[in-house]
Design a protein around this ligand. Structure first.
Ligand code: HEM
Length: 323
């Protein structure tokens, strides 16, 4: 086929396409004639993206803090993008399940290995000052972080560890949500009351989070796994990938994150103030939270020791590869 024949054939196919939807190809061809060429910066909205880093103080390191949170939120969005496809998939195809899980793990790997940007990449003196200008905001208020949990596992697995055995799928979504583990975080260390950080988050996101929990009721990634035929369910590659996801989301990322809390807030009383005086030391450790997305794939012993490897990881972060 020469060039002219190829273009004629393309035009005929375009005519078909536009005719099918009652449109006039000629007008669209005019549009093509007048349209600007697409540029990289317009396509990815680069100017907008680079205008979103707006510090509230004059400390230069605050910009690192803002940007790294934004980068993390974009990775969370990538994780959710894969989770939603898994939840929507009706085929229960094994390769699809493994591939999506593998992608999610590669995003966690990037997040876990880059967390040193927070732990080592800012001056503590600057942090402790600019952080005070950001109260009561906290990464605790990341809605996408909570959504990842809701897509992964049923609400009864997210009930606070101390009360989890009282609850099951028989409880209503509202009841389970009221007892979700993170409602015990971001509470005031001295009074035990909910901080403004938590109250504002609840006010802003409760309706949305409940809606998602209802949408994925009986259809989370864990449910999808449990419904697989036996030979798929026992597939070693899938089990390995799901374990990695669980450990990345509920042990390794939380450990790296906690490393930053220890570095900046860990020592004396003033430093604790930079969180607004919260109970983070009792709340953040994965061995206390014991959040497990896919409990069935572990032995009793593995579950009992959940998150206990944290000391090792904190002090040997290079071992934490996460892939
Ligand atoms: C120097 C860096 C950081 C420090 C010192 C820090 C500190 C804390 C503390 C103390 C908490 C407990 C809640 C509270 O008491 O306010 C918390 C929670 C949280 N932070 Fe950070 N954080 C840092 C960076 C980040 C980054 C980069 C993200 C990314 C989005 C993030 C996301 C979260 C999330 C999702 C929680 C809730 C964790 C959970 O519920 O288990 N943090 N952070």
């Amino acid at each position: 086929m020469n060039d002219k024949e190829r273009i004629d054939s393309q035009i005929s196919r375009l005519e078909e396409k536009y005719k099918d939807s009652g449109q006039d190809l000629s007008s669209y061809l005019d549009g093509l004639l007048y349209q600007r060429y697409l540029t990289y910066w317009d396509y990815i909205h680069l100017d907008t993206l680079l205008s979103l880093q707006v510090p509230r103080t004059y400390f230069p390191d605050e910009e690192i803090f803002i940007m790294y949170h934004q980068i993390t939120e974009l990775y969370f969005k990538l994780i959710l993008h894969e989770q939603k496809q898994l939840v929507d998939d009706k085929s229960q195809n094994l390769d699809f399940f493994i591939e999506k899980t593998r992608r999610i793990n590669s995003y966690y790997k990037a997040l876990i290995s880059s967390f040193s940007i927070m732990i080592k990449g800012m001056e503590k003196e600057q942090f402790l000052q600019y952080r005070m200008a950001l109260l009561p905001a906290s990464g605790f208020q990341s809605a996408q972080f909570r959504m990842i949990e809701l897509y992964a596992t049923p609400l009864e697995n997210l009930v606070h560890e101390s009360e989890r055995h009282h609850y099951s799928s028989k409880n209503s979504i509202e009841e389970l949500y009221e007892n979700i583990y993170w409602k015990k975080g971001a509470t005031d260390l001295s009074t035990g009351e909910k901080t403004l950080t938590l109250k504002q988050f609840e006010y802003r996101y409760t309706p949305r989070l409940i809606r998602i929990a209802k949408q994925v009721q009986n259809n989370t990634i864990y449910h999808k796994y449990l419904r697989l035929e036996a030979h798929k369910k026992n597939n070693k590659e899938l089990i390995g990938a799901l374990k990695k996801l669980d450990i990345n989301a509920n042990v390794n990322w939380p450990l790296m994150h906690m490393g930053s809390a220890h570095r900046y807030l860990g020592k004396d009383k003033d430093q604790v103030e930079a969180t607004g005086g919260t109970n983070w030391k009792e709340y953040l450790p994965p061995s206390f939270q014991k959040i497990v997305f896919f409990p069935e794939i572990y032995s009793k012993q593995e579950l009992n020791n959940w998150g206990k490897q944290w000391v090792d990881h904190i002090f040997n972060p290079d071992k934490t590869t996460g892939d």
